[in-house]
Design a protein around this ligand. Structure first.
Ligand SMILES: Cc1cc2nc3c(=O)[nH]c(=O)nc-3n(C[C@H](O)[C@H](O)[C@H](O)COP(=O)(O)O)c2cc1C
Length: 323
């Protein structure tokens, strides 16, 4: 049985998974290839201490890259077996992957893999997603197997959520460390990471439930419109590092499934960064456990922009322990 993809297949899958979303496009992951398989490590130099002191979102981002890579590989006829947190003595070691060749590749697998290249974080107001009940139940089914819960924030809770978001945004404006970090990562296009201006809305804030970013130059027909996106919440029963990794995998699955259905998405985490906001989210979404991330899902008004946010080259994320 073949147990290792050839070099070209592996590199193209890792490059494709490089398109994974991450907090402020920090891309905090490294892959190490050895004779048996691939290991995922967090790149802790890329943690954002003022925004993400616990590293929760670094692990969410790494969980997302794990799911993206598995999605890219299955479309190339390689199935993966994953062991999560395999080395208790090394907190950076997040997962090991072993491979086997497979012909069991479904249309959905192919559509999810294709969505990797089309997905963009959409920060402008969106129109409401059509046939939402159907989509929401498909997403529930998708996420169920990961042990992560998916809930929807009810429409009548939106004003309270917007109010909370404005309050957190206001508090953050006077947080110097947070602002310094935000302006390092967002609003310029100098590096192969961070969020360039053309991915950020022009006004100080166009969507009330979103994080406040420095003003950018994203264009769309909806800059002045009211946001009608559905708002989803991912949560877990407990709040461990494994829960964070799994939440990232679920986040990736939801984003790709929505993209494959032609929907626009935006991960939103400024509220899950605040303990008081997490209590509010728990009550509002009527969940018992730990809120991990919100996702806005809707229809982009206007064409999807061609330009994608930059990514680090594969030489900075894939390493080999054997020639
Ligand atoms: C854990 C995590 C947290 C994120 N938080 C936010 C957020 O609060 N607001 C936002 O607009 N985008 C958020 N994003 C999206 C990233 O900014 C985005 O993925 C990154 O800039 C790359 O751009 P792309 O998704 O268009 O490829 C988050 C993504 C992840 C994985």
């Amino acid at each position: 049985m073949e147990t290792m993809p050839d070099r070209r297949t592996l590199e193209s899958a890792v490059a494709s998974a490089g398109r994974t979303p991450s907090l402020h496009n920090s891309q905090p992951w490294r892959w190490v290839l050895d004779a048996d398989g691939l290991t995922l490590f967090s790149d802790n130099d890329r943690i954002l201490p003022a925004t993400d002191p616990s590293g929760r979102q670094m692990l969410l981002s790494c969980g997302a890259v794990l799911h993206h890579l598995r999605t890219a590989l299955i479309a190339r006829h390689w199935a993966t077996e994953v062991e999560r947190m395999p080395d208790p003595t090394n907190r950076r070691c997040l997962a090991t992957l072993r491979f086997h060749r497979t012909d069991a590749v479904s249309d959905i697998d192919l559509r999810m893999a294709e969505a990797i290249g089309h997905r963009r974080t959409e920060r402008l107001p969106m129109e409401a997603p059509p046939q939402w009940e159907q989509t929401e139940s498909a997403l529930q089914t998708l996420v169920e197997s990961t042990g992560v819960h998916l809930s929807a924030i009810a429409e009548h809770e939106r004003p309270a959520l917007e109010e909370l978001s404005r309050r957190i945004g206001g508090e953050r404006r006077s947080d110097a460390a947070y602002q310094t970090e935000l302006s390092w990562w967002a609003g310029h296009g100098m590096y192969p990471d961070g969020i360039p201006p053309d991915a950020l809305p022009p006004g100080q804030r166009t969507v009330a439930t979103e994080r406040e970013f420095p003003p950018g130059s994203a264009t769309g027909d909806s800059a002045e419109a009211e946001d009608r996106a559905a708002i989803l919440l991912l949560s877990t029963t407990t709040d461990t590092r494994l829960d964070w990794l799994r939440s990232g995998e679920a986040l990736s699955a939801v984003l790709l499934a929505c993209t494959a259905r032609g929907l626009a998405t935006c991960s939103v985490t400024h509220l899950t960064e605040s303990e008081s906001a997490r209590v509010f989210l728990r009550d509002t979404a009527r969940i018992e456990g730990a809120p991990q991330a919100m996702i806005r899902v809707g229809v982009r008004s206007g064409p999807v922009p061609d330009a994608a946010t930059p990514r680090r080259p594969i030489s900075e994320i894939l390493f080999r322990t054997h020639p």
